[in-house]
Design a protein around this ligand. Structure first.
Ligand code: HEM
Ligand code: HEM
Ligand SMILES: [Fe+2]
Length: 461
């Protein structure tokens, strides 16, 4: 690392990967319940394990975002962080809030609003933590006087993510109104401002790893962010089809959300072409796997599998079924889990003695996770197709239909175990090297001259 204060990122990453592991425990528990019998029915029923599974996901991904930002902003702005102490206080507060909220769920303390189940005290702590975080980042950038487009897109995405959490603080008695505003947070996060965050990290990693021309990369970043907003904002309406709002939302949702994959195609092309253009000179090939992997898996999970059920004529059958879980897993993993794992993999050799090019364990982890998540997606898809046909088209009762599709949950558990072992290997690879936090300025890829014959083909911008 180039700046001493970047070491705070290590502790954020450590918390993130530990919570990632815990998230999977609750995922496997939720999946096992589909096979029954359930000895934990009265202690830990499905709704509780699922809430913990999805909330831990959001907490660890956001921890990863914050850590990666504390890593990237000093690098981009070429300065130390404004306050290391504040960053640590923030991490402690955040982790305590996350753990307390999960313990609260065990005792049924929560709001029941899907993905925003956090009780009000937790929500208030979340807002305070976000303010501390944004203040620290803003002051760092202000003190340095250097503000790049890449970090602008990242910080813009983080600021808007905090702003869009505010509707989640309000409670509405009317169910339609409540659902209507819930999507302002959830949809506009994952299909709007979080894509700015992913785009910011992606551009940073590609510039560093491929040595691609910053100006060209940043121009493309604007185009991608533009596309995200054009399609993503009105695309929110693909959640309004059946919630009791006027029917004009149906064509709006169908049309605009069908445009959303364009930005994701742009992102995957952007990653691929920058790697082709600049060659593979950087030694940290493992980080390159995660970076390009994230762009490609997002196109598959969010772009293709999102499109698969976004038109009203399809969604009227698939809404709220395992088809949704199929898409939710592949999209969230590709876009947000993988980009955090990419940032961790890029930064880790500078905190520890992990070899720059990655370890055999690291590559095994990568491929097991990819294969496992692909298999999980197929398991949810086959289960979902069966469910839609039996339950929605043939009119079979919910539980009878579930019994008929149990075989797909056997496949889910097998593939999820492969995935979970992959994640376990990632966690081992992370923790097996003791951190040392030496400041080494020569490490950075964009400062290192590319050796002749090792890439850097002429730009085809
Ligand atoms: C990285 C981007 C994305 C992520 C992380 C993501 C994640 C999710 C998640 C978690 C849900 C379930 C939400 C809930 O029921 O509370 C969902 C629903 C949905 N997503 Fe996405 N999504 C992404 C992009 C897209 C795109 C690009 C499209 C369309 C082209 C799309 C179409 C849909 C639709 C139609 C639903 C509603 C399913 C239903 O009616 O049950 N998503 N998404
Ligand atoms: C060991 C691996 C995992 C297993 C066994 C697993 C299993 C499950 C199960 C059974 C559900 C409930 C589905 C339902 O409502 O019927 C669920 C929900 C969910 N999981 Fe996982 N999961 C795993 C990993 C992950 C990962 C890595 C992510 C994201 C990166 C993720 C994201 C989600 C989301 C967003 C939902 C809510 C989907 C919805 O309500 O439509 N899961 N998971
Ligand atoms: Fe959406």
């Amino acid at each position: 690392m180039r700046y001493k204060s970047q070491s705070v990122a290590y502790w954020y990453f450590a918390v993130a990967v530990a919570l990632f592991g815990l998230q999977l425990v609750f995922g496997l528990l939720s999946a096992a319940k589909y096979l029954g019998p359930d000895p934990l029915l009265y202690i830990l029923p499905f709704d509780v394990t699922k809430v913990i599974h999805t909330n831990l996901l959001i907490v660890w991904v956001l921890t990863g975002f914050m850590g990666a930002t504390y890593w990237m902003v000093p690098d981009e702005s070429r300065t130390e962080l404004h306050s290391v102490k504040l960053a640590y206080v923030q991490l402690v507060l955040w982790t305590l809030m996350g753990v307390a909220t999960v313990v609260g769920y065990l005792f049924r303390y929560g709001t029941g609003n899907k993905l925003l189940e956090q009780p009000l005290p937790s929500k208030i702590v979340i807002v305070i933590v976000m303010l501390m975080f944004l203040y620290n980042i803003a002051m760092t950038i202000k003190n340095s006087g250097r503000f790049t487009t890449t970090e602008g897109v990242l910080v813009g995405g983080l600021g808007l993510a905090a702003l869009l959490y505010l509707p989640a603080l309000l409670e509405y008695k009317n169910y339609t109104v409540s659902i209507y505003y819930r999507w302002w947070t959830i949809h506009l996060w994952v299909e709007g401002v979080w894509e700015m965050i992913q785009g910011g990290f992606l551009a940073y990693l590609l510039i560093r790893l491929s040595g691609a021309d910053r100006e060209v990369m940043e121009k493309w970043l604007y185009v991608i962010v533009g596309l995200v907003f054009i399609a993503g904002i009105l695309g929110t309406a693909h959640h309004y089809y059946w919630v009791g709002v006027p029917s004009y939302w149906l064509p709006i949702g169908g049309f605009f959300s069908a445009l959303e994959p364009l930005a994701l195609i742009g992102m995957a092309m952007y990653a691929y072409s920058s790697i082709r253009r600049s060659g593979l000179a950087h030694p940290n090939k493992l980080a390159l796997h995660w970076t390009v992997g994230s762009a490609v898996f997002t196109l598959f999970g969010a772009g293709l599998l999102g499109l698969a059920h976004t038109f009203p004529s399809v969604n009227k059958w698939t809404h709220g079924t395992l088809i949704t879980a199929m898409h939710g897993h592949a999209a969230f993993y590709g876009a947000y889990a993988m980009i955090v794992l990419a940032m961790i993999t890029y930064a880790l050799p500078t905190f520890t003695r992990r070899p720059e090019e990655g370890t055999a364990l690291g590559y095994t982890s990568f491929w097991m996770q990819i294969a496992g998540m692909f298999g999980m997606t197929l398991s949810f898809a086959t289960a979902g197709i069966g469910q839609v046909y039996l339950e929605r088209i043939m009119g079979m009762g919910y539980l009878d239909a579930q019994l008929k599709i149990q075989i797909h949950f056997v496949m889910l558990i097998i593939t999820a175990s492969i995935f979970a072992i992959g994640v376990g290997l990632f966690i081992i690879d992370f923790f097996r090297y003791r951190p040392s936090f030496e400041v080494r300025s020569e490490r950075d890829a964009d400062l290192r001259p590319v050796k002749p014959g090792q890439g850097a083909r002429p730009a085809m911008a």
